[in-house]
Design a protein around this ligand. Structure first.
Ligand code: GDP
Length: 194
């Protein structure tokens, strides 16, 4: 798979059409500021494919990228405290619409900041994925901010903090050092081929 050829395709808002449903998709999910845009850019080997936001909580859209043979789907970040109630409702509406259309979701890459226990919103999302039977893994972001010892400790703790944490694949990543990026690329290629 040629990760350098990933391109922005379209944004899905409440009033627009979702792209076709039979194309395999890799979904990226996480709270605002977790490092989702940075990770997407790193996987694609590009600087500005996804916008790294200095302003979290911007209007929610689901962004689709062509990543032959499928799509990368960037879900709007959640959990930004200052977002208005109407915007939260919009987010929920978008998510419902997306997940309730019949889609070929091959993998959800759920991002969690490696330094902290998952937030209540993270846990909601993870439980939603478990309940819906969606295949997912957890990409732990910003691992460069921890020492090797701290990382080992957090990995152990996270296995207990995440629902079914001992059965979920946890991949430490860093958009800064590139740790974990090749692992994610290999997993993505595998699930696209299957
Ligand atoms: P998003 O809101 O989830 O898309 O998060 P962004 O990608 O915009 O990143 C939020 C902030 O975290 C930015 O200041 C990034 O530079 C920083 N950041 C993202 N990934 C990493 C990482 O792996 N390591 C470090 N040290 N900072 C990161």
């Amino acid at each position: 798979m040629n990760f350098q050829q990933i391109e922005f395709y379209t944004s899905f808002g409440v009033s627009s059409q979702l792209p076709g449903e039979s194309t395999p998709e890799i979904v990226f999910s996480g709270r605002s500021n977790v490092g989702k845009s940075s990770l997407l850019n790193k996987i694609a080997g590009r600087k500005n494919l996804a916008r790294v936001s200095s302003m979290p909580g911007k209007t929610a859209t689901i962004n689709f990228y062509t990543a032959a043979p499928g799509y990368f789907v960037d879900l709007p970040g959640y959990g930004y405290a200052k977002v208005a109630k109407t915007e939260k409702q919009r987010w929920a509406q978008l998510m419902e619409h997306y997940f309730h259309s019949q889609r070929d979701i091959r993998l959800v890459i759920q991002l969690v900041d490696m330094r902290h226990p998952p937030s209540a919103d993270d846990l909601n999302m993870i439980n939603f994925l478990i309940d819906g039977g969606y295949p997912f893994l957890i990409a732990l972001t910003k691992s460069d901010k921890l020492t090797k010892n701290q990382q080992a400790k957090r990995l152990e703790e996270l296995a207990g903090e995440i629902p079914c944490g001992d059965q979920v694949t946890l991949v430490p990543t860093s958009a800064q050092t590139g740790v974990g990026i090749e692992t994610l690329r290999e997993i993505i290629e595998d699930v696209f081929i299957d």
